[in-house]
Ligand binder design. Structure first.
Ligand SMILES: [Zn+2]
Length: 148
């Protein structure tokens, strides 16, 4: 089994690995990732308020938690939305990166998002492996709950 691997260069400023995002996983209208620019980027990605945050850009930092404004309204808002819809927290991820470092974080991420069955990537938005369809997270009302 050839396992895919999440890369640290794909971790966005707000702490999401773009490789688990449907905008990157899909083949049509694909986004190369927050840190990679492409004039054909989907609107939701090119117009992301966090990606375009002036304070963060001017801070010359790598991740939001290093910014003087952290935790700001923008990160709190997206964190709340993702917690509710996908049982996923940017703030928890950023805390892990801060506490353990990006290398250790990547180990945890690869454990979490690589399919145990086929080595494909599990989508944070869909909750299943985008290669074999194995379900890892399931909708329960508005919340996704881990099923394993
Ligand atoms: Zn799979």
């Amino acid at each position: 089994m050839e396992s895919k691997k999440l890369l640290s260069k794909q971790v966005s400023p707000c702490g999401v690995n773009c490789m688990i995002c449907m905008a990157n996983l899909r083949t049509k209208n694909k986004c190369p990732g927050c840190r990679f620019d492409d004039s054909n980027k989907p609107k939701s990605c090119s117009e992301c308020l966090i990606k375009n945050c002036k304070t963060f850009k001017e801070s010359n930092k790598k991740y939001c938690y290093q910014c003087e404004m952290y935790p700001c309204k923008l990160i709190n808002h997206i964190d709340k939305r993702y917690k509710t819809n996908y049982a996923f927290s940017m703030i928890e991820n950023l805390q892990l990166i801060k506490d353990k470092g990006i290398r250790e974080f990547m180990k945890i991420e690869n454990e979490k998002w690589i399919c145990k069955k086929c080595g494909g990537i599990i989508s944070v938005h869909r909750g299943f492996c985008t290669d074999c369809g194995e379900v890892y997270y399931q909708h329960n009302g508005t919340n996704r709950k881990p099923i394993k």
